[in-house]
Every structure is written in structure tokens, then in C-alpha cells.
Design a protein. Structure first.
Length: 304
């Protein structure tokens, strides 16, 4: 484990009865190194994007990159995102930012918030339908039904509610249309052990994307998805390494360091991807650069 280094603590894993170790791999040790010097600019000038899960890791990096490219942003999360709106207004004074606290699993809340969004922004050009929850790590034999329901409620029903609510606005505005990216996961394609609920939920997100793409094409709305694999550092990386180890299975070690190593060594590039490397494809799919793509899923995996 020469290439492991400890990084600053990002979440309190003691709540899960876990150690406070984090597992990070110096990217220089992998292949095909990270490059963030994109030359794309201005693709979202004057456009409005709604980002769900805005307070999370993907949400915050997406917000930053969309703002850099000129977007107005509606930050949606079950957590309070007012601080994000204030911070972005300071940094990008010519653009519009609003925060909306919403539980995406509640249709009445989603409709109420969407009406407010419509009033504030007048139109919605893009939706990053991204809020999600990883849930427990446990063998199917012991997987709690309550947790299964919660994951399906957030990742499937919640994603559907936002997709339906925002695409209704997009279909009625003048000129009508827009583009949507749903966040699925490689867990939904590769079927990760100990993650029966999460994997099933993300397979559903990928499938809903294809159906919505067909249903919404006549309204000039494109719908695509992303399926990230091992992404770090961050809350989900640390959580999955520790909880996979703790759950115990024939597929992963009981030692979190070894689990991290097993995961990274299964990747052709021998490193996890950065959050920026997830958001690059998201911006491509949201932008007009992908105007002839709908119903597709981009696997963000460091190689197949
Ligand atoms: N990070 C990864 O390695 C990874 C890999 C594959 C897929 N994903 C998916 O990417 C998305 C974002 O992941 P992340 O790493 O940013 O996770 P995160 O936990 O940092 O962010 C998720 C956000 O969703 C919000 N949220 C949860 N339930 C909600 C609800 N009912 N209503 C509104 N907001 C709610 C949370 O408050 C949080 O801010 C998720 O859908 C996740 O499943 C992540």
C-alpha cells in the first residue's frame, strides 16, 4: 500500500461505528493522469440550470463549472443551500443564483418549488438530476427492507419526480425544450455486492433515462445519464470503502485499505476518477455540444 496517503477528514464515520481513516491514492501513481484544463467556455451564458443534490460533492463542483461558463443556477437540496447562493452571487455578480430547500421524494414540495423556480428564472434550460443516497452495505440475506425503500424513494421516485416536474416546465416554456442529465452509477451496471438497493435504484435511473428520452424528444428535451464508478476523494468513496470492508463478503477484504486497493486495481487507469472528471461529461451532455445525443449513458470508469 505504498501509494496510499491519508487525507483530511471529510465526514464523521464514527457515526457508522467506523474508523476515521480515509483512503486516497496519489493520482500520479495511476495511468492517464487527470487533466482539468478545459478550453470550453461560455456554453451556458444566460442559461439556467437546476442542480439537485447541490450541497453534495458532485453538486458543488458542477455548480462551480456551470457558473464559470456563464450559467444562472437554482441550487436544490434537502439541506439548506442559502450559503451557496450567497457565495456564488459574490463571485459571479452578473449571474442569478437562488437556493431552494426541497425533499425530492415529495411531489407537492417539488411542484411548489418548481413554481417558485419558474417565477425567479422565467425559463429552465438544464436539469442536473443528481441528488442521491448510497444506503446500507449488507448481504441480500440481511438487507433491511426499510433501507431498501428509502433508497428507492430517493434515487428512483425522487429522481422521477424532479424529471417529471422540470420537464413539464421545459415542455411548456417558449421556446420550449431543454436538456437533462440523470446521475446513475456503475453500481447499476456492474451490480455491486452488498448494495442490492443502490444498484437496483441506479439501474432504474439508467432505464428511466431511455424512456424519458423517447417521451420527451417531441418536446425538444434531451435526457441522458452518467454512470460514474470509483470517484474520490469524498464522502461516497470513503463510505463505500469502509462499509464494504465492514459488510464482509467473498468479494472484498475486511481491511478497508485492502478494499481501496482492490477497487483501484480493478480500474485500467489504476486510479479513481476526480469529481471534475465526472462533471466534464455532465457539462458536455447538458450543453449543445451533444445536441444529437439523447437516451445515452456515459460510463465514467477509467476504462472498461
Ligand atoms: N461519489 C461517487 O463516488 C458516486 C459514484 C456514482 C454515482 N454517484 C451518485 O452521484 C450523485 C451525487 O453524489 P455525491 O458524491 O455528490 O453525494 P453526496 O452525498 O455528496 O451528495 C448527495 C446530495 O443529495 C442530497 N439529497 C439526498 N436526499 C435528498 C432528498 N430527498 N431531497 C433532496 N436532496 C437530497 C444530499 O443532501 C446531498 O447534498 C448521487 O446520486 C450518487 O448516488 C456518486
Amino acid at each position: 500500500m505504498k501509494n496510499k496517503k491519508k487525507i483530511k477528514k471529510l465526514y464523521d464515520s464514527s457515526k457508522d461505528g467506523l474508523s476515521s481513516e480515509l483512503y486516497s491514492f496519489e493520482k500520479i501513481k495511476g495511468f492517464c493522469h487527470e487533466k482539468n484544463d478545459t478550453k470550453a467556455y461560455g456554453r451556458f451564458n444566460g442559461k439556467t440550470v437546476i442542480i439537485t443534490g447541490a450541497k453534495g460533492d458532485f453538486g458543488q463542483v458542477c455548480s462551480k463549472r456551470m457558473a464559470e461558463e456563464g450559467a444562472n443556477i437554482g441550487f436544490l437540496d434537502i439541506l439548506d443551500t442559502e450559503s451557496l447562493a450567497i457565495q456564488f452571487k459574490k463571485e459571479y455578480p452578473d449571474q442569478i443564483f437562488h437556493s431552494f430547500q426541497v425533499d425530492i421524494t415529495k411531489e407537492d414540495q417539488a411542484i411548489k418549488i418548481s413554481n417558485k423556480i419558474e417565477k425567479k428564472f422565467k425559463r429552465i434550460d438544464h436539469l442536473f438530476n443528481n441528488a442521491g443516497y448510497q444506503g446500507d452495505f449488507s448481504n441480500t440475506l440481511n438487507y433491511a427492507v426499510e433501507d431498501f425503500r428509502k433508497i428507492i424513494d430517493i434515487n428512483v421516485t425522487g429522481a422521477f419526480i424532479m424529471l417529471k416536474t422540470i420537464s413539464n416546465i421545459m415542455s411548456k416554456q417558449e421556446p420550449r425544450g431543454g436538456s437533462i442529465v440523470n446521475t446513475a452509477s456503475m453500481a447499476g451496471i456492474g451490480a455491486t455486492p452488498n448494495m442490492i438497493a443502490y444498484s437496483a435504484s441506479k439501474a432504474a435511473v439508467k432505464h428511466m433515462t431511455v424512456i424519458a428520452a423517447k417521451d420527451l424528444a417531441p418536446f425538444d428535451i434531451r435526457v441522458n445519464s452518467i454512470s460514474p464508478a470509483y470517484i474520490g476523494p469524498g464522502f461516497m468513496w470513503t463510505r463505500q470503502v469502509e462499509l464494504q470492508a465492514k459488510a464482509g463478503s467473498v468479494y472484498f477484504s475486511e481491511d478497508p485499505e485492502q478494499v481501496a486497493s482492490q477497487m483501484v486495481n480493478s480500474v485500467p487507469m489504476r486510479r479513481y476518477g476526480s469529481i471534475n472528471e465526472v462533471i466534464g461529461p455532465v457539462l458536455f451532455l447538458l450543453s449543445d455540444d451533444s445536441s444529437y445525443l439523447t437516451g445515452i449513458d456515459i460510463k465514467i470508469t477509467g476504462g472498461d
